[in-house]
Design a protein around this ligand. Structure first.
Ligand SMILES: [Zn+2]
Ligand SMILES: [Zn+2]
Length: 253
């Protein structure tokens, strides 16, 4: 069994690829992004509740659609980051692709990242969407539904990496353990399934709700075959350097 299939000892983890260190100027920026995103979500939640009230009784279904979309998008982004392109590509290679690839060969290193490192980038992505909601009128049903959908999507998407990190903790806070065991958020057991090589299912990490259906219909392997047929790209072609480090450590250790 490769060591990617289980958590590594502290010593073994030190020898493997690591996440980039984050220094205080970026931490400060990430703190600004996270607090701005949280403030916008709280503002929209109060404002939409007051302006819509009970006028549209079907609105909870729109919220649910926002939650499910956020979970599905977390799976798509995770799948792209795990599967395609090289970590040498500009900006996204370092910020998006490398963390996911390091994470497969050294999962415990993710636990070193603090709350700002973990959540800052997603906060920066949802802020423009949350700002756009200010231009949506809530007088008529369809625009009101769009506003609720976008805010629900952003509120669920914002803590995606946090939920993912909780799924790696052996002893998360009690309330988080309850949410995980109730399947309201991604559970440790469901996510560890993704960490079994070759890492081709359970990509959704915001809530984990879409994973059973996507796995049952073989969604991501089918999508990979379509992408390869259309573009000629080979999935996970860039993984070798990460797995070489893992295999070397496996032989030595
Ligand atoms: Zn992955
Ligand atoms: Zn993980």
């Amino acid at each position: 069994m490769l060591k990617s299939d289980r958590h590594l000892t502290a010593n073994a983890s030190e020898l493997l690829p690591h996440h980039d260190e984050i220094f205080w100027p970026r931490r400060l920026l990430e703190a600004v992004w996270i607090s701005t995103a949280l403030t916008l979500i709280a503002f929209h939640f109060i404002s939409l509740t007051l302006s819509i009230g009970l006028r549209f009784p079907w609105m909870p279904l729109v919220m649910l659609a926002g939650f499910v979309t956020a979970d599905f998008l977390s799976g798509i982004i995770h799948w792209i980051a795990d599967t395609w392109f090289s970590d040498t590509m500009p900006i996204l290679g370092q910020r998006l692709l490398k963390p996911f690839r390091v994470h497969h060969v050294n999962p415990d290193d993710f636990l070193r990242r603090n709350v700002l490192d973990t959540n800052g980038d997603v906060a920066a992505i949802v802020i423009p969407l949350l700002i756009a909601v200010f231009w949506i009128s809530t007088t008529d049903p369809w625009p009101a539904a769009l506003a609720v959908y976008v805010v629900s999507l952003c509120a669920t998407g914002l803590p995606t990496n946090q939920v993912h990190q909780w799924a790696h903790m052996k002893n998360p806070p009690t309330i988080i353990r309850w949410l995980q065991s109730s399947r309201l958020i991604l559970s440790r057991r469901a996510h560890l399934q993704h960490h079994k090589a070759p890492h081709i299912d359970n990509y959704c990490i915001a809530l984990g709700w879409c994973n059973p259906l996507l796995t049952a219909i073989n969604f991501f392997p089918r999508l990979e075959r379509i992408v390869t047929r259309l573009t000629g790209l080979q999935p996970r072609h860039d993984d070798q350097k990460y797995y070489a480090a893992l295999e070397a450590e496996s032989i030595d250790g």
